[in-house]
Design a protein around this ligand. Structure first.
Ligand SMILES: Cc1cc2nc3c(=O)[nH]c(=O)nc-3n(C[C@H](O)[C@H](O)[C@H](O)COP(=O)(O)OP(=O)(O)OC[C@H]3O[C@@H](n4cnc5c(N)ncnc54)[C@H](O)[C@@H]3O)c2cc1C
Length: 371
């Protein structure tokens, strides 16, 4: 890959602002234009968060009057052009592709070099990554290498009308407040967003874009980590909460892990997944992968049934984008009723089994009619 065209040394990126505050964009960084998304893929599959981010990137680029670019890094035999073609249908205008043997399977060093070199060469204004294990690892090292700002785990992305900077909003102070962070004097402005926080954009079949092929300029001997083998975690992907269409979640109102089985039974009959609040996970009632909320998973199912859940803000931020929320709570003043679409004031230990048998009966009747 060519040498960076923009100065990237630390002093040039650190303008001494008034009263020590760096709020002015230095002249040489004003050339940075366009909104980029890093396309995350693993063993033949693009992570849906990349498409979700493309929907946001398109929105931001349209406000700025600029283009949407995607970065696709991978091995020589990986179908990166096919991933780019799909990215075009979700709103990308350009795809920057680097095929190299050292980019087969994610490793921090070559991916950091690949992404930072492309940023220095093509100078995007905004760079978005998924807040996944890979995205979090990569975003941090790219931001520190480029000496720019990174806002992690954003829940909203906008363009500040006055400064035209990326206004990246995320929960703070334990989720009790939302703060909006702007990187005014550095470029690119970086942000990560968790899967399912942003809506999936609609694909536009037949939409195309431009492909730019680049090179990496790194050899295996320069990389300290080696990828010897891929050993699948038997438990990974077993619980796919973020992408479930139906979720039945339980909270402390269920009183004990035995009662939590009522949640599993209703989820089974509805063909859905089981979620939980943090106290239930902390008490060891269910696996950590089932936690919904600020420090758990963000979900957007078609139906979210919340049983014995108070609706604390840290839980709410993880599930309030669900299409339909049904809350079951003994307390008519529980905060969950403020944002649930349907509320059942009642004892979850009685309501859950009643719903399970009603749905089971309804499904059996529907099956009999089909047969
Ligand atoms: C930094 C930080 C991060 C956090 N992250 C998360 C997170 O990611 N996810 C999360 O969930 N929480 C998180 N929390 C915890 C959060 O603040 C709440 O404490 C938690 O969500 C409450 O869980 P709950 O609703 O199960 O329990 P409770 O608040 O105890 O509510 C139980 C509810 O059940 C009702 N109830 C009681 N008996 C019955 C019954 N028989 N039938 C029906 N209803 C009944 C009660 O009226 C009550 O509303 C976080 C907190 C902090 C400080």
């Amino acid at each position: 890959m060519n040498a960076p065209t923009a100065p990237s040394a630390a002093p040039a990126r650190r303008p001494a602002g008034r009263a020590g505050r760096n709020t002015e964009l230095p002249e040489h960084l004003k050339a940075y234009k366009g909104v980029w998304v890093f396309i995350e893929h693993d063993r033949g599959h693009v992570h849906s968060v990349s498409w979700e981010l493309l929907g946001e990137a398109r929105k931001l680029a349209d406000i700025l009057g600029s283009q949407v670019g995607v970065v696709v890094l991978g091995g020589n035999d990986e179908p990166l052009e096919a991933y780019a073609a799909e990215a075009f249908t979700f709103g990308a205008d350009k795809a920057y592709i680097v095929h190299d043997p050292v980019l087969k399977g994610y490793r921090n060093e070559p991916f950091t070099k690949g992404l930072t070199d492309l940023v220095n060469k093509y100078q995007p204004e905004i760079l978005l990554l998924g807040a996944t294990s890979m995205g979090r690892d990569l975003a941090g090292s790219v931001a520190t290498t480029l000496l720019t700002g990174l806002t992690a785990d954003c829940t909203e992305l906008n363009i500040d009308p006055a400064s035209k900077a990326l206004a990246a909003t995320r929960p703070t102070f334990g989720g009790s407040l939302l703060c909006t962070i702007m990187t005014l004097a550095y470029r690119p402005q970086m942000a990560t967003v968790r899967p399912r926080v942003m809506a999936m954009p609609r694909a536009e079949t037949g939409r195309t874009g431009e492909i730019v092929q680049d090179t990496l300029g790194m050899v295996e001997t320069q990389i300290v980590t080696k990828l010897l083998d891929f050993i699948a975690d038997a438990h990974s992907n077993r619980i796919n909460l973020p992408y479930a269409d139906v979720i039945v979640s339980g909270g402390k109102g269920l009183k004990n892990p035995e009662n939590f089985k009522l949640v599993f039974e209703l989820a089974r009959v509805l063909g859905g997944e089981v979620g939980a609040t943090r106290p239930c996970v902390q008490a060891g009632w269910v696996e950590a992968d089932r936690q919904v909320g600020q420090t758990g998973k963000t979900v957007r199912p078609k139906l979210y049934i919340a049983a014995g859940i108070s609706g604390a803000i840290q839980h709410r931020v993880g599930m309030e984008s669900s299409d339909v929320i049904v809350a079951i709570n003994t307390d008519p003043n529980a905060p969950i009723f403020d944002f649930a679409h349907y509320g059942i004031v009642g004892n979850a230990l009685q309501v859950l089994p009643a719903l399970t048998s009603a749905f089971a009966e309804h499904l059996a009747k529907a099956r009999r009619q089909v047969a």
